[in-house]
Design a protein around this ligand. Structure first.
Ligand SMILES: Nc1ncnc2c1ncn2[C@@H]1O[C@H](COP(=O)(O)OP(=O)(O)OP(=O)(O)O)[C@@H](O)[C@H]1O
Ligand SMILES: [Mn+2]
Length: 445
């Protein structure tokens, strides 16, 4: 019996080494190819502003950022991998469009992705969100937290989630404590891109002038929630936790910082589902999943989870949430009447609260079901050894409200990634290779 276990373990370890090698191999050769082709293709792309040809930097900042990897034949360093990934995932905000940005973003939405892999128009859409004119401002429509619904250029709806905390504020208490972290929405959006999940709506930071940009566009009912404190304009909007001035946010020198999240096209209706691993939000009351190690087997008996991809989507999301420290995934939404719909990763506001706490219970869907899509596992393997934090911080460095995350939050990502990979190894040792599911996360089947 002991020998059998030992053999199984050695077999699993060899399998992991082989798969890791296979995964990294194409990344290395793609990198070589890219570095050879990048300058050539950049110069031939007429939509790139050749005077400011570097991607990234939100405001034109000549030549400050050069991520061209100089790859020597057969000798790829980790920094070159990082630079190449930053280059690949940094939106190019100066990209010039031939179409309206809003139509482009609306056409991207499909049942299993909100945007395509690495579209060059992404920077232009984000830029339009960050620079467009606010033509109307009203209460946020749904949810319990303070937010505004803004209209940009008369046509595009976005949510504005305002800043509550300075970047280095550490939220303590329950895993879901505190107000929303607006910066978390931006970090989550880009993390979703790096992980190739692409299920999070576009998000970008923006600083708005209350007097010049919000008040002139504000509805009468929103204006009634404005007040003054210490010579600054403030508002408290309307939501479950918006009772009055004590629940308001204030400008600083007339400016209020926040994150804009692009509203999904309204022709996609959404169905709301209770998350099977949701918390009770009651002190001393535990949910079933917290006390029952065989909980996953019970979830699998529910028709919508015993076939199809929703359970795997939940596992993807638990990995995503563990990385960002989001213990507040109480519900989730899918597209109505789309059989293959993804779990849309909406609302990441309760993330990046405490970089010193790794809330392992967020990973319960992974460790209780012991299954993960091969595509996500592969992606995670390529981001080990500090690559994840460096790539994400390189991309976030170009957001208008950078720095988006403090170093302790970035370090937490690498630490948590290691825990996830260890957990996957433990699952392989426990259930064998059936822990790895060969199903595309984008196609769903
Ligand atoms: N980008 C979006 N496009 C379309 N609908 C959205 C978008 N973002 C949020 N919604 C809708 O608004 C609801 C509330 O948004 P969100 O979850 O961000 O707010 P919240 O106040 O944090 O909610 P909760 O209190 O439930 O956590 C979502 O459940 C979803 O139905
Ligand atoms: Mn929320």
């Amino acid at each position: 019996m002991k020998t059998k276990l030992r053999l199984l373990f050695i077999g699993a370890a060899l399998f992991v080494i082989y798969v890791s090698y296979k995964i990294l191999e194409p990344e290395f050769s793609r990198m070589k190819e890219r570095s050879e082709n990048s300058l050539r293709s950049r110069a031939s792309d007429e939509n790139y502003d050749t005077e400011n040809h570097h991607r990234g930097k939100f405001d034109i900042d000549n030549g400050a950022q050069t991520h061209e990897a100089t790859v020597k034949e057969g000798n790829v360093t980790i920094n070159q991998v990082i630079d190449s990934m930053i280059e690949r995932y940094s939106p190019y905000y100066g990209y010039k469009l031939n179409n309206t940005p809003w139509n482009i973003a609306a056409q991207w939405v499909e049942p299993r992705q909100i945007h395509p892999e690495n579209a060059k128009e992404l920077g232009a859409v984000l830029n339009a969100m960050a620079k467009g004119t606010i033509t109307s401002a009203d209460f946020g429509q749904k949810g319990t937290q303070l937010k505004l619904t803004l209209m940009i250029d008369d046509v595009q709806k976005v949510i504005f989630k305002p800043a509550w905390y300075p970047r280095d504020y550490i939220v303590t208490g329950t895993p879901y404590a505190g107000r929303d972290r607006h910066n978390a929405e931006i970090a989550a959006f880009h993390l979703g891109r790096i992980l190739e999940l692409r299920r999070t709506p576009l998000a970008i930071g923006r600083r708005l002038s209350i007097e010049k940009e919000i008040l002139p566009a504000a509805t009468a009912r929103l204006k009634t929630t404005f007040f003054e404190k210490d010579g600054e304009s403030c508002f408290y909007g309307r939501c479950l936790y918006c009772k009055g001035p004590d629940d308001g946010v204030c400008a600083s020198h007339g400016i209020i910082e926040g994150t804009l999240v692009l509203w999904l096209p309204t022709d996609f209706k959404m169905t709301i589902h209770k998350h099977p691993w949701s918390r009770t939000y009651r002190d001393g009351v535990q949910a079933k999943w917290e006390t029952d190690d065989a909980y996953c087997a019970k979830v699998k008996k529910v028709p919508k989870f015993n076939s199809g991809h929703q359970l795997l989507d939940i596992i993807d999301t638990s990995i995503f949430d563990y990385l960002i420290g989001n213990a507040d995934r109480h519900h989730y939404e899918t597209f109505e009447n789309k059989e293959d719909s993804m779990l849309i990763i909406l609302d990441n506001g309760k993330s990046f609260g405490n970089p010193g706490v790794d809330e392992l219970t967020i990973l319960a869907p992974l460790y209780q079901c012991c299954q993960i899509r091969a595509s996500l596992w592969q992606k995670l393997l390529t981001l080990q050894d500090g690559i994840l934090s460096k790539v994400l911080s390189g991309i976030l460095a170009n957001d208008p409200i950078a720095p988006v995350l403090t170093q302790p939050h970035l370090d937490a990502l690498d630490r948590r990634l290691k825990t996830i990979l260890d957990q996957i190894q433990a699952c392989i040792a426990e259930v064998g290779t059936q822990a790895i599911v060969f199903e595309s996360s984008i196609k769903g089947r």
